[in-house]
Design a protein around this ligand. Structure first.
Ligand SMILES: [Zn+2]
Length: 266
């Protein structure tokens, strides 16, 4: 496998065909998935997140920009005529306000939009998407963005279920499992963010450290969800909702390779 192909196979930075020649991040070593056929690699194998750098994405051509914007306009036109105009019973009440039953945490990965995969209608789910669908523990200083969303969902919107959904081949989870203790960060934010799942990573490495990297990633995708569900309990309003029986926590995992969705109650 070429270095570029190896990087593309795991890197959490989405690399479009346009910018493949200036890959944002790559591996210091070949893909761990090829470790079985690469027994000559230094052991233990540990991919590192590095920049090839300097990072210069190719300039966006004006015609390509116009086409991209037109794609959005066309998408809305289709939504307007085929959905919005045909479902006034859905959209009219939403003009007055929202009363979603669910709060959903989902990865920012472009392949796993929960409204699409779970068929959630507008108004059904108050949604937060971030890298690796993580919920950090309560911290007013570091995590006001996530905390305010949870607080508003629970205290103002009175959601009934908070659902944290992981997914297959999650680049953020791969990055988390790849991080080496003490290694310098390559990005301003990314590594620090995925370290939110550090306890889950340590648990997986402790219990499944002998498995191939990709198998550990699959387990960590779900274990990180479990950790997020535990972290949710550090928010006082979540704790109160759970104690009162007005709130439930649910974990989920969407496997877009096999087309499966697992769900479990915390
Ligand atoms: Zn992901």
């Amino acid at each position: 496998m070429s270095t570029a192909a190896a990087a593309q196979s795991w890197c959490f930075a989405t690399v479009t065909p346009r910018s493949r020649s200036t890959v944002v991040a790559s591996l210091a070593s070949p893909s761990p998935s090829s470790s079985n056929s690469s027994s000559n690699l230094p052991a233990p194998f540990r991919p590192r997140l590095i920049r090839n750098t300097p990072v210069f994405a190719a300039p966006v051509a004006p015609a390509a920009m116009d086409a991209a914007v037109d794609r959005l306009k066309d998408g809305f036109s289709k939504f307007k005529t085929e959905v919005y105009d045909k479902k006034p019973e859905l959209f009219e009440p939403l003009k007055a306000g929202q009363a979603p039953k669910y709060m959903v945490f989902s990865c920012a990965d472009s392949r796993v939009c929960p409204s699409v995969t779970l068929g959630l209608e507008p108004g059904e789910a108050f949604t937060v998407r971030n890298i690796a669908n993580m919920v950090p523990a309560y911290c007013k200083i570091k995590h006001a963005g996530v905390g305010s969303a949870i607080e508003y969902a629970v205290c103002a919107l009175k959601v009934e279920l908070i659902v944290v959904i992981g997914h297959s081949r999650c680049g953020g989870i791969k990055a988390l499992l790849s991080l080496q203790d003490g290694a310098p960060d390559s990005f301003h934010f990314v590594e620090d963010w995925v370290r939110t799942g550090f306890p889950a990573k340590k648990k997986v490495q402790s219990e499944h450290g002998s498995l191939p990297f990709d198998d550990q990633c699959t387990i960590l995708e779900k274990e990180a969800v479990n950790q997020s569900l535990e972290n949710l309990k550090t928010y006082p309003f979540v704790k109160e909702g759970l104690a009162n029986g007005t709130l439930k926590l649910v974990g989920g995992h969407y496997d877009f390779v096999s087309g499966k969705f697992d769900v479990w109650e915390a």
